[in-house]
Design a binder for this molecule. Structure first.
Ligand code: C2E
Ligand code: CA
Ligand code: CA
Ligand code: CA
Length: 278
């Protein structure tokens, strides 16, 4: 009995701490943009056919003066809850577009940056920042950007989502389905929407060499995607063995610590400048 009460006490205290921490983080997040605490890093994506870095994914980073580095998995849901995700998301997009411009200055001009867009950025009522207009202002082709969405965005289709996706299609902005295989696995949306890439979730890649099911799922995703005219990006590639498995299954692109972690723009530029020739 005594233990039970202690556990309960401990549990509620933990919940309390957790709620308190979330409140603190949410408040701090409001000022983080203006205070220059947010940064966008870019993780290289490697073309597995020729070993070249032809894409990168924009990933948000938050370095708080006293809390230290706060993970996106921690603060993005809070930004969504606090109605801050559009402002932050549009800022990430502008950073990513400018990075794409710089990358295209040191490559053949077909470099592409993936930008994550959370479901709430599609459905909130307020006016969206004009993404396609911003690309034209920079003189960038639409396919300099790939918008990364999760299956959930397509499952709860609203007129807004469809409208936005058509706008992307018309502007040449590409669309990647993120975390593929973990969601609702209703495949009808692959037919309904103009999707360009499937990103195999890292949970399948993690044990692709040890778990026959993960391997079968990955191989099936790749085969299906190719039959539908889509390309495949594998996430979370950490070992040579995983890479060999993916390459032999015909996977088009790989992304993961084996190649490079997310890095600041200047490091990305150096990396692609040193690898894009010869
Ligand atoms: P995601 O879109 O699935 O991003 C991939 C995550 O995998 C990133 O975590 C990346 O750092 C991590 N990663 C990359 N290579 C490896 C690897 O080899 N092994 C392992 N274990 N992990 C690897 P990160 O940066 O912590 O981001 C987590 C999630 O936060 C992202 O998942 C995405 O859903 C969200 N996120 C990040 N930036 C943004 C953003 O600007 N906007 C929105 N809406 N969401 C974002
Ligand atoms: Ca992503
Ligand atoms: Ca397309
Ligand atoms: Ca993912």
């Amino acid at each position: 009995k005594q233990t039970g009460r202690n556990q309960f006490h401990y549990f509620t205290k933990e919940l309390d701490d957790r709620a308190h921490f979330q409140l603190l983080v949410t408040n701090e997040l409001r000022g983080a943009l203006e205070d220059n605490q947010l940064a966008v890093h870019y993780q290289p994506v490697v073309n597995l056919n020729n070993g070249r870095i032809t894409k990168a994914e924009a990933l948000l980073r938050w370095q708080h003066p006293t809390l230290g580095a706060v993970k996106p998995a921690e603060f993005i849901p809070l930004a969504e809850g606090a109605g801050l995700i559009k402002q932050i998301g549009n800022w990430v997009f502008r950073q990513a577009a400018m990075c794409a411009k710089h990358c295209n200055e040191v490559t053949d001009g077909s470099f592409q940056i993936g930008v994550n867009k959370s479901p709430l950025q599609f459905i909130t009522q307020e006016e969206d920042f004009d993404w396609t207009g911003f690309l034209s202002e920079l003189g960038l082709a639409g396919n300099s950007i790939a918008v990364e969405i999760t299956e959930g965005v397509l499952l709860h289709t609203s007129a807004k989502v469809e409208e936005r996706l058509l706008e992307y299609r018309d502007a040449g902005i590409q669309v990647a389905l993120d975390d593929f295989g973990t969601g609702y696995s209703s495949l009808s949306y692959l037919q309904k929407f103009d999707i360009d890439y499937l990103k195999i979730d890292q949970s399948f890649v993690r044990d692709i060499t040890t778990n026959a099911h993960s391997r079968a799922i990955s191989e099936s995703i790749i085969a299906m995607a190719h039959r539908l005219g889509l390309q495949v990006i594998a996430e979370g590639v950490e070992t040579e063995a995983q890479l060999a498995c993916l390459a032999s299954a015909g996977c088009d692109y790989g992304q993961g610590y084996l190649f490079a972690p997310p890095i600041p723009e200047d490091e990305l530029l150096k990396l692609i400048a040193s690898t894009s020739h010869g």
